[in-house]
Design a protein around this ligand. Structure first.
Ligand SMILES: [Zn+2]
Length: 370
């Protein structure tokens, strides 16, 4: 088949053929034109979501499949799963589901993350071995819980000491995996960044010093801006921990400003929704819109969920020979989430999914906010 339209960020004409699930930039005789006019993008990237995670942790595989189908309908064809208790590796055999880059299971300490989500290590010295074991599963990433409420002190606090982090991150890198961490507050950041972590999730507590450190170390940031809207609710629910509640409200109040400062300084920022757990699936369009509120242009924000994120994750765009994972839009996909998350055509591994037929399921189950 053949598609033609304009690409981004160049806005130049793109004409592609799809043969055996791959893109050809060379004409193919007898091709069926399935899209002509409008815009063509590589599949969107949700760089922080969870396929196989529900409100209480592990879920049945058919629910994980439904989550992945919603992402496909919204155009997210490459997902970086930032930790899931459900083993979803069998989904890789499904040609109709988005590609998933996995971080395995969250690594935490007992009672230092949401119950049922993480592998909980009794002693922090177990972390390097646990990281090596998760890396051995071949997902490509490791997910640490960097900070969480310490009910003893009644405030957010780091889970790991600096020396353990260095050994753990070294173990991941020796096993070919990159490492990221959940971090809401200030104190856990220097230890993680100095230990060579590859990415920070959320990052609401970034100080100017830590932003400088990220620049020096080449650390990326996935702020999951739409999930920041859950901070006031988390604070409201923490009636027994007033210091923690006040800290969460303060992080919420300063969050956009701190993420904007990181982006302004030159820290690479990518789009992730944190779908699964507290955020519904299929909201990559909303996250792209949120990124325009930290100073990104609509094109830059879209790149953070598309061509830039693909480059960062080592996955191709629309080049000759790349897997045929692409989206076709009759309207400019920078017009807003209603356009971006509703491509007319989703082409995944060369198979076509049409809006209103397959993709409609995802749109219908996309609540505005949970
Ligand atoms: Zn998450």
């Amino acid at each position: 088949m053949r598609v033609r339209g304009r690409g981004l960020p160049e806005e130049a004409e793109v004409e592609l053929w799809v043969v055996d699930g791959r893109i050809s930039t060379e004409p193919v005789a007898g091709a069926d034109t399935v899209f002509d006019g409008g815009w063509i993008l590589p599949g969107l990237v949700d760089a922080h979501c969870h396929i196989g995670l529900g409100k209480h942790g592990e879920i049945p595989l058919d629910e994980a499949i439904a989550q992945a189908e919603i992402e496909r309908g919204a155009g997210a064809l490459l997902l970086r799963d930032c930790g899931s208790p459900t083993d979803t590796r069998s989904l890789d055999d499904r040609a109709d589901l988005p590609r998933i880059i996995r971080a395995g299971r969250h690594l935490a300490r007992p009672k230092r993350y949401i119950a049922g989500f993480a592998v909980e290590l009794e002693d922090e010295s177990q972390l390097p071995a646990a990281v090596a074991a998760e890396a051995g599963r071949g997902g490509g990433w490791i997910k640490l819980v960097g900070d969480w409420i310490d009910r003893g002190s009644g405030d957010l606090a780091p889970l790991w000491s600096d020396g353990v982090l260095k050994a753990a991150i070294d173990a991941a890198h020796e096993n070919g995996a990159r490492v990221t961490a959940h971090v809401f507050s200030e104190d856990a950041l220097p230890g993680l960044i100095n230990a060579g972590i590859d990415c920070i999730e959320h990052g609401t507590g970034l100080t100017d010093d830590n932003i400088a450190l990220m620049l020096e170390r080449g650390t990326a940031l996935v702020p999951t801006l739409i999930n920041l809207e859950n901070f006031p609710g988390i604070a409201d629910a923490a009636t027994r921990y007033p210091t923690y509640a006040a800290h969460m409200r303060d992080l919420y109040a300063r969050g956009y400003q701190r993420i904007a400062a990181a982006r302004e300084a030159g820290v690479p920022v990518y789009a992730g929704t944190d779908a699964g757990g507290m955020v519904a699936h299929g909201r990559i369009g909303d996250e792209v819109e949120a990124l325009t509120r930290i100073g990104m242009s609509p094109t830059e924000a879209l790149g953070a969920a598309c061509w830039q994120a693909r480059r960062w994750l080592g996955r191709p765009g629309l080049g000759h020979g790349a897997p045929a994972d692409l989206l076709c839009y009759s309207q400019d996909p920078r017009l807003g989430p209603d356009v971006l998350a509703a491509p007319e055509l989703v082409i995944l591994r060369g198979n076509v999914f049409r809006a209103g037929v397959d993709a409609a399921a995802g749109r219908a189950s996309r609540p505005a906010r949970e």
